[in-house]
Design a protein around this ligand. Structure first.
Ligand code: ATP
Length: 864
């Protein structure tokens, strides 16, 4: 259709759509939001609604689909969760009063990361900008105003995104972020122009927070890339929110150096926040929080265990006091129950979505905070005391809100019924007029009858005429001169007086005026609250900390967990520890102990399938993790030498990215562990090498164990079915063998779930197959094959290992064949020397190695 031929409405639509080519435009038409053209096809398909057509000329039609205005929220969230941007195009004037086409424009663009008011979607935004070998990274949650930024390496970036799980990540258009995208297929990556990450955007950020220099946020000059990412987030939020931006805290530096390393695969393997089918995640067992702020804080604590011993002890003391003083804990819990999600409420203030009911919720929450504050004097632990003392008193505000706001106002702002009597004289008068309108008319009628002596005089009302005084024809001679004629009927005449007219004006407009005036007063009140939103948010975050700490205490008290001793030592000692999650569901869970020190730090754990190996190694990692969050631990006694990170390689897990085999993922994770561990790390390996042939698997498992135990000396628990590995104990002093105890009774075996010293050289895999119900004949045949294989294999592998152990191990035997002095040799050595291990990613390391191997092969053949 040519531009000339389009209807005015369609011309308006095209103008708007041209401004938002990458968004689905929801065009408001009466009670519907309509989508046209390609948007209609997408909308109809993704929302599973009917695709219709709209007549736009004499005989022309365009594709259309629509959603009802009153149910728009659920449709929009479905579109957004599929990764669409949605531009909401509203009518900006009353259609009945508009001359010509109704004015319309986009009032907001909703994207996966900015739909902050939709609780189900849990929208949050991040931005990443490459900065040399590192990344400027920022995160903004518009529903709470939380805003953090940092500069980090690739591994930390992946871990950061894994912890915060933003729904949408802004990246510079030209940046190659394929690797990150591969790891997070459920997150939407939105490329934006370089201007989002520019000096100008940074200036805008500083202006927005009314400061001249970023140092006032606590950032150093080395962290400007973090601020560029933060600037992109602010710019994007402003552009998408258009009119109302929710409350945003000043950006705060995210200091990863105070937290232990917890990479993304470890977060997943340990099932801290989410668990695979049917399992409970750790947080479900630990969550006794009573507020939204507390829930978020607890999640943060669990994903950010501390490294700093002083900070751990501070938190521990707080939890300890709350465990011991159950009266205090109960008082705190009673108060917390009455506190709403203040952070979320405050964020609504500046976005204009705060309803009068929200305001009442905020008022009631602030009153509870005051109650909480009074408990300050009952507290001894310095950390907890400090947090309580930071709670602000909002008496002036709650008193004002009490005076102003009705106790149960309606949800909608423009319905009236929000403001109490005594706030505004004008409002009170208006309300009185409205309330007393009928009474006044009766009185007025009485007064007129008396004054005129006409007993049949009536004061009436109709929509066309308004108020009138009706006098029958015979009485017309008694009508006083100030009555003005309005209408003549067959047997009566209708009049109006100045007084009645004034009343009419008042009463007819009173209702509208009341609503408008109440709205105005409410908006002023909201502005006042907005003015102190920073302090309210600060207070509500402290409420969150109190809630998270009491939750830890509640769990510890209820389950009889103990306070571990936290030390600077290398050693870890856990007496009778149990798995915090599995022990909840398994009856008679068998506790197990773990002692690791300089003499025994690499534990190889063997044992049959189903004997409890995985459970034991995971429980140990979880206990260390819990201890370093400041929590109590599920054990009889515990002494934890602080670790700098927990690294796990467990099971096949879910495949990080499509296109990579399970074995490749396994090796990537192992490579990451080997690159990043130190002697202070805690490593958990479950069946490394399982995903390939037995010989390859054993060789890799052997070499990895040797490297970790000899070179890195990281405390490691390695569960394996490769019994050959138990020979490492003879070679490396810190390596010790353990096995899962079982009881054999003829053909039957019984799992005791007890970890004992020494090794077990049987897998009982066929036995487990039998337990699973596999046909007796197949089981018999499997035993036959097994005996045969065992005899053959044992002699071969043993021989190899004995030979190997007598030979000095070289980690780069590949170069034996490349002669020194050879150019290729020097080049290869130089490339290895130049390689920055701290910044190379596992996948790049694999590619690099592969390349070297190829070149060496060629060299061997006499090539080059
Ligand atoms: N300490 C324990 N006390 C009681 N039951 C336990 C204990 N540890 C494990 N179990 C039970 O045994 C089951 C199997 O445990 P787990 O997966 O740890 O065995 P595994 O040795 O790692 O097996 P596989 O080698 O086949 O992976 C658990 O799901 C649990 O029901």
């Amino acid at each position: 259709m040519s531009e000339k031929n389009v209807t005015p409405m369609l011309a308006q639509y095209h103008r708007i759509k041209n401004e938002y080519p990458d968004a689905l435009v929801l065009y408001r038409l009466g009670d519907f939001y309509e989508m046209f053209y390609d948007d209609a096809y997408i909308g109809a398909k993704d929302l599973n609604i009917a695709l219709t057509r709209k007549k736009v000329g004499k005989s022309q039609y365009i594709p259309m689909c629509g959603i009802p205005y009153h149910a728009a929220d659920s449709y929009i969230s479905r579109l957004v969760s599929k990764g669409h941007k949605v531009a909401i195009c509203e009518q900006l004037e009353d259609a009945s009063k508009a001359k010509g086409i109704v004015k319309r424009d986009v009032i907001r663009v909703i994207t996966p990361g900015t739909y902050f008011e939709n609780e189900k979607l849990r929208s949050a935004l991040a931005a990443v900008v490459p900065a040399g070998k590192r990344y400027g990274t920022a995160y903004l949650d518009l529903s709470t105003g939380e805003f953090i930024a940092s500069v980090m390496d690739y591994e930390s970036l992946v871990s950061f995104i894994g912890k915060f799980q933003p729904k949408e990540v802004l990246i510079p258009q030209e940046a190659d972020m394929e690797k990150v995208k591969e790891s997070f297929r459920h997150i939407f990556f939105t490329p934006v122009g370089q201007d989002f990450f520019s000096e100008e955007a940074l200036d805008e950020l500083l202006k927005f927070f009314k400061t001249y220099h970023y140092s006032s946020f606590g950032f150093s000059s080395e962290e400007t890339d973090a601020l560029l990412a933060a600037s992109a987030l602010l710019k994007y939020s402003k552009i998408t929110q258009k009119t109302f931006l929710p409350f945003i805290s000043t950006p705060k530096p995210y200091r990863e150096d105070i937290y232990m390393r917890l990479d993304y695969s470890t977060q997943k393997h340990l099932e801290i926040i989410n668990a695979s089918d049917g399992n409970l995640p750790l947080i479900k067992v630990l969550d006794r929080t009573l507020t939204g702020m507390g829930r978020r804080k607890l999640k943060f604590f669990l994903l950010h265990p501390l490294k700093n011993i002083k900070m751990i002890k501070q938190r521990q003391e707080a939890v300890d006091e709350l465990v011991k003083n159950s009266g205090l804990r109960e008082k705190i819990r009673e108060i917390l129950k009455e506190i709403f999600d203040m952070e979320r409420l405050v964020s609504k203030i500046s976005s204009g979505t705060m309803s009068p009911r929200d305001m009442v919720s905020l008022r009631e929450s602030l009153k509870q905070v005051k109650k909480l504050k009074t408990l300050h004097s009952d507290i001894n632990s310095p950390f907890l005391k400090e947090i309580f003392s930071k709670l602000e008193d909002f008496d002036w505000l709650t008193e004002k809100l009490d005076r102003y706001l009705e106790d149960s106002p309606p949800v909608h702002l423009k319905e009236g019924g929000l403001i109490k009597k005594g706030v505004s004289k004008e409002l009170d008068e208006l309300k009185e007029i409205k309330e007393k309108g009928n009474r006044w008319i009766k009185d007025y009628q009485e007064k007129q009858r008396e004054e005129t002596g006409i007993q049949s005089l009536k004061v009436g009302f109709n929509k066309v005429m308004g108020y009138y005084i009706e006098i029958t024809k015979p009485n017309l001679k008694f009508v006083p001169p100030h009555y003005r004629r309005r209408q003549t009927l067959s047997n009566a005449e209708r009049f109006i007086t100045d007084e009645l007219q004034r009343f009419e004006e008042k009463i007819l407009t009173a209702d509208e005026k009341i609503k408008a005036l109440e709205y105005e007063i409410f908006m002023k009140l909201r502005e006042e609250v907005a003015f102190v939103s920073n302090i309210i948010v600060e207070t509500s975050r402290n409420v969150g900390i109190i809630d998270a700490l009491q939750s830890m205490a509640e769990v510890a008290a209820e389950k009889g967990w103990i306070k571990p001793q936290i030390t600077e030592d290398y050693s870890i000692e856990i007496k009778e520890g149990f798995h915090p999650v599995i022990s909840e569901t398994v009856q008679d869970f068998v506790p197990n102990s773990l002692v690791m020190n300089e003499k025994s730090y690499f534990h190889i754990i063997t044992g049959p399938n189903m004997a409890g190996k995985s459970t034991f190694i995971r429980q140990s990692a979880l206990i260390v993790l819990l201890a370093q969050t400041g929590s109590f631990i599920p054990a009889r006694e515990g002494k934890i030498g602080v670790v700098d990170g927990i690294f796990t390689r467990i099971g096949s897990g879910d495949v990080l990215s499509k296109g990579l085999s399970t074995f490749m993922v396994e090796m990537l994770e192992v490579a990451n562990i080997l690159n990043n561990i130190t002697d202070r790390s805690f490593v958990v390996l479950d069946e490394v090498g399982r995903g390939t042939s037995t010989y390859d698997g054993i060789s890799i498992a052997w070499a990895v164990s040797e490297y970790i135990s000899k070179e890195k000396k990281a405390k490691t628990l390695f569960a394996t079915h490769y019994h050959e590995l138990t020979k490492l104990e003879e070679e490396i002093p810190g390596v010790k063998n353990f096995h899962m105890h079982i009881k054999e009774d003829g053909e039957e075996i019984k799992f005791l779930y007890r970890v004992s010293e020494g090794f077990s050289n049987k897998s009982y895999g066929v036995h487990v197959a039998k337990l699973a119900g596999i046909n007796e004949r197949i089981i018999k045949r499997a035993y036959e094959i097994l005996y045969h294989l065992e005899e053959e294999q044992e002699s071969r592998i043993d021989e190899t290992i004995i030979n190997l152990s007598q030979k000095k191990r070289e980690y780069l035997p590949l170069f034996d064949t490349v002669q020194e002095g050879n150019d290729e040799y020097s080049e290869i050595i130089k490339e290895i020397e130049d390689l920055d291990l701290a910044s190379i990613t596992p996948i790049d390391a694999m590619v690099f190695l592969n390349n070297l191997k190829k070149r060496i092969k060629i060299n061997k053949k006499g090539g080059i």
